[in-house]
Design a protein around this ligand. Structure first.
Ligand code: AMP
Length: 575
């Protein structure tokens, strides 16, 4: 197809406001396209060169485009800018200034040249990009120039979403009922160009036989939500209950030594996770696989997981290696989608899980997500409470006989979360009653985390409320060790009430101020314990500053205050 012809379609699409009309125009365009070019036509109409997961960007700014128009047309950049000020659209500027006859160039050719521009990088690439674009303008007509200009700065905006393309492809086949099959193929590869090409090359038979392609992200399954564990069991019966980790969802594709990682929105994020890539390469008992899970920063000292605010620091381009040392990641694998030629998305959960566990060899990074099977709502709730206290987001219950629903949100997966989130409105002063030596890198300081307690006026005792492992610098940990060892005891102090066994008990003397995301119910701490043994705990505690030498142990916050704060946060619904 000539590029000029494609731009005629673009004009029609731009002119319509009705969805049905849009489907019809697109269907006509797809019918006219050859199998060789259909993928490129689809990408171009959506304002891209390849699907987003390929990570190709053309990287032209308005400024560069202005220079290319100026070079191609012999107009000064000042004049191009002036026209731009009036028109407000560089597409229109290009249309006005580029006066070629055009019409001779094919869509394939334009695509190829745009791809060249995108792939030009390194020293002198700016000038090269301008040169290539200016050449392209030289061979086209006004209308072609208009759309090329808009395309290179990401302003094509024809408003063609993925579902629209699927609908139009079905329509082009003369049968809207074909859409679910096309959608299935799309869910397996996230690449509309590939789906359309398969359709034109091999017909609907090809689409029905469409299989997973390692290296092409599978559109991720999502959770529904129910408010209670009872409702979950009523809905799906006996279920697999997994911890809900609050980190980065990752879909890992491994083909021999080649590993790629895709995010929830199907962007390539491999560079963010060197230690996971490495582990996937070395510790899986399969050559080729696709699996999913959640990556989280993790505290080697306490074995606890960090909150999302810490994990998210990984979202950067540079300095990843240093960050990987400071905040190593754990990867909790929760789904197996593909292994050595076998598509597991269609297998029931329990079979996927069995195989997933079987292929992960012992290693320090990747492990299966916590999971147990139950039909008892009380068990789910207890686990949920415990999970929250440990810094997890809640639980996800999964239907045992359900397939992996690529690209769908349904009740095969049900999440149970807290209805509020965020940081406690107030800080809490806790009295240190013991400490834990810590593991991993922290062990060398001798202190990895403190055991903090609040004051119970009624019994004049200190009841534990939190383990505090973050918020101190390395220096401060070294100092803490010295200071606390001076008041170390051989056993728990009689005024301390704790179910947690601290590595070293100390006399209640020092107070630290901590902040936390929220207060949760927990069986691990004694503050505010009820008859069933459930107390209160801080979620994601972190120390602010060092020891509060201005406060006596009894000046720590009280159990009563913690309960009040818990009651209050219930009223604040944030999400
Ligand atoms: P939400 O974003 O609240 O709808 O919850 C869905 C997200 O929870 C998924 O996209 C995953 O990133 C995350 N998640 C954490 N743990 C699990 C798990 N065990 N199973 C499925 N998703 C999980």
């Amino acid at each position: 197809m000539k590029f000029l012809r494609l731009t005629e379609y673009f004009e029609q699409l731009e002119a319509t406001t009705k969805r049905l009309e849009m489907f019809n125009i697109l269907a006509e365009l797809f019918r006219e396209a050859s199998p060789k070019e259909i993928d490129k036509i689809i990408y171009l109409s959506q304002g891209q060169l390849l699907p987003p997961f390929k990570g190709i960007e053309i990287g032209m700014s308005e400024k560069l485009l202005i220079r290319a128009i100026s070079d191609a047309t012999g107009t000064t950049t000042k004049r191009v800018e002036d026209i731009f000020k009036q028109a407000g659209d560089l597409g229109k500027v290009a249309e006005e200034l580029v006066k070629g006859k055009g019409g001779g160039v094919s869509t394939d050719k334009v695509y190829e040249e745009l791809m060249d521009i995108a792939q030009t990088s390194g020293a002198g690439s700016v000038e090269k990009k301008i040169g290539l674009l200016s050449n392209l303008f030289n061979g086209v007509s006004s209308r072609e120039a208009k759309y090329i200009a808009r395309f290179v700065i990401g302003r094509l905006r024809l408003g063609i979403g993925d579902p629209t393309v699927l609908e139009a492809l079905a329509l082009a086949q003369g049968d809207r009922a074909l859409r679910p099959e096309l959608e299935r193929a799309y869910n397996l590869c996230s690449d509309l160009g590939l789906v359309a090409k398969t359709l034109l090359d091999k017909g609907m038979e090809g689409i029905k036989k469409f299989r997973i392609h390692v290296g092409y992200p599978i559109r991720m399954a999502l959770c529904e939500r129910l408010p209670s564990s009872e409702e979950i069991i009523t809905k799906i019966g006996k279920a697999a209950v997994e911890a809900k980790y609050d980190g980065f969802r990752c879909q890992i594709h491994k083909e021999k030594a080649k590993v790629e990682i895709f995010s929830r929105n199907l962007e390539r994020t491999t560079h963010m996770f060197p230690e996971i890539t490495e582990a996937a390469r070395n510790y899986l008992a399969v050559k080729t696989t696709i699996f999913e899970g959640e990556a989280l920063a993790y505290n080697e000292a306490t074995g606890e997981l960090f909150p999302f605010q810490v994990t998210i620091q990984r979202k950067r381009k540079h300095g990843i290696e240093e960050l990987a040392k400071e905040y190593p990641l754990k990867f909790f694998a929760f789904e197996l989608l593909y292994a050595d030629g076998k598509d597991y998305t269609e297998k029931p959960y329990i079979e996927r899980r069995g195989k997933l566990e079987a292929i992960i060899k012992k290693n320090p990074v990747i492990e299966p997500a916590e999971m147990f099977v139950t039909d008892n709502p009380k068990k789910i709730y207890e686990y949920f409470e415990e999970a929250i206290e440990r810094g997890l987001e809640g639980v996800v219950a999964k239907r045992l006989d359900a397939p992996y629903a690529a690209g769908a949100r349904n009740f095969n997966w049900i999440k149970l979360k807290r209805s509020y989130r965020g940081e406690l409105a107030d800080t809490i002063d806790v009295c240190i009653v013991g400490y834990f030596r810590g593991k991993g890198a922290r062990a060398r300081f001798g202190v990895g985390a403190l055991l903090g307690a609040v004051y119970d006026e009624e019994t004049d005792t200190f009841k534990t409320v939190s383990k505090v492992g973050s918020g101190f610098t390395e220096d401060e940990f070294v100092q803490l060790k010295k200071i606390l060892d001076e008041i170390a005891l051989t056993h728990k102090h009689p005024r301390v009430d704790s179910v947690m066994e601290s590595d070293v008990w100390i006399e209640p003397r020092y107070v630290v101020t901590v902040t936390a995301d929220e207060i949760t119910r927990s069986p691990s701490h004694t503050a505010g314990r009820d008859r069933e043994g459930i107390g209160y705990a801080l979620r994601f505690p972190r120390a602010i500053g060092f020891l509060r030498t201005d406060k006596k142990p009894e000046d720590a916050n009280s159990v009563k205050e913690v309960i009040e704060m818990f009651e209050q946060q219930k009223k604040v619904k944030v999400s």
